[in-house]
Design a protein. Structure first.
Length: 339
């Protein structure tokens, strides 16, 4: 009877907790649904520009899975610089010449596969084109391409969890309540906790990045400092978001419940999978995620060797997210005290 009484009490406790019920039954379905969309539409379709290529070969290319556009050389080079194409094909000295963007090995293979299929459809068959890489190279591996996303994800994930749980303990342990009993302003509390946790977030970020680049020998042609700036900005976003969401959790279990909603979509939609064929609403959701912008900036620096100035749009977006979450943190403290 005592076992039954305990079981009954726990059952009622969980049923009354709507958040736990949603996480138990809704979150797994959401994650599986999102994964099914990503996995079933994540196929790389080459985007290829052609410049003054004979019409029969262009026709053969258009019969492949590649998206082929006939453009001028200036437009093709601009598309390559903007990252809106995977490469372009032109004629030089009577020979086919292929220039690949090069930073995505999967896209490189898709372009070369399309060219091979088109060449085999001609009589006589065309010889393989001369290949040039704008970034990366033939030795660029899939791990090199995924590493910037993985580094950013691990930094975001661990800073988010540690900051959220630490701030939650400050609240449940009564420390925050005692602090708020003093004349200190809400924004001073938020900035104080942010800077205090921020020191450890920066140290953790530097350690993770150093380990990945120096110990694991992850490929990076950009400077260590530029990569560190991006990762620190991402860590501040995770820190401010973790402390914000901890204000809505009553215990550590509820804090962990935010992972399927906050962390899991970012790992699916930030660049580990090819999203170019995804539905428009999923692309819009991807652009709204901080990790997507961090991954784009990290790839620009680590793979393409660009400077922080070239990635400044992503940096401003990350800074904007950090300031937004800090502002919402200040507002969230109203539930504890009005100052």
């Amino acid at each position: 009877m005592r076992v039954w009484a305990l079981t009954k009490r726990l059952f009622k406790q969980v049923v009354r907790d709507r958040r736990s019920m949603a996480m138990l039954f809704g979150a797994p379905l959401f994650v599986l649904w999102l994964l099914s969309i990503v996995m079933t539409t994540s196929t790389t379709q080459a985007d290829l520009d052609v410049v003054n290529v004979p019409e029969p070969f262009v026709d053969q290319l258009k019969e492949t899975d590649a998206n082929v556009q006939e453009v001028s050389l200036e437009v093709a080079e601009q598309h390559l610089a903007d990252g809106t194409s995977d490469g372009y094909l032109d004629i030089r000295d009577g020979l086919l010449h292929l220039v690949l963007e090069g930073s995505d090995p999967t896209a490189n293979r898709a372009v070369q596969q399309a060219l091979q299929e088109a060449a085999e459809g001609l009589t006589p068959a065309r010889s393989a084109p001369q290949v040039e890489f704008k970034h990366g190279g033939s030795d660029l591996t899939q791990m090199d391409y995924l590493a910037p996303v993985l580094i950013g994800f691990f930094i975001f994930f661990f800073v988010f969890i540690i900051s959220g749980v630490s701030f939650l303990r400050e609240r449940t342990g009564g420390t925050l309540e005692r602090v708020m009993a003093t004349p200190i302003k809400r924004y001073e509390i938020v900035l104080g906790y942010f800077l205090g946790f921020g020191v450890f977030a920066v140290l953790q970020t530097a350690l993770v990045q150093w380990f990945a680049l120096e110990v694991l020998d992850v490929r990076s042609v950009g400077s260590f400092g530029a990569v560190l700036v991006i990762n620190i900005l991402l860590a501040t976003v995770a820190l401010s978001l973790g402390t914000l969401l901890s204000a809505f959790a009553r215990n550590e279990f509820q804090m962990v419940q935010f992972i399927p909603l906050v962390v899991v979509p970012q790992i699916f939609l930030s660049g580990l999978f090819d999203l170019r064929n995804m539905p428009d609403w999923l692309m819009t959701l991807s652009e709204a995620l901080p990790l997507t912008h961090a991954a784009e900036a990290l790839r620009a620096v680590m793979i393409r060797g660009e400077s922080l100035g070239d990635a400044q749009v992503a940096l401003w977006v990350l800074l904007g997210y950090c300031l937004l979450f800090l502002s919402l943190n200040i507002l969230a403290l109203r539930r504890y005290r009005r100052v």
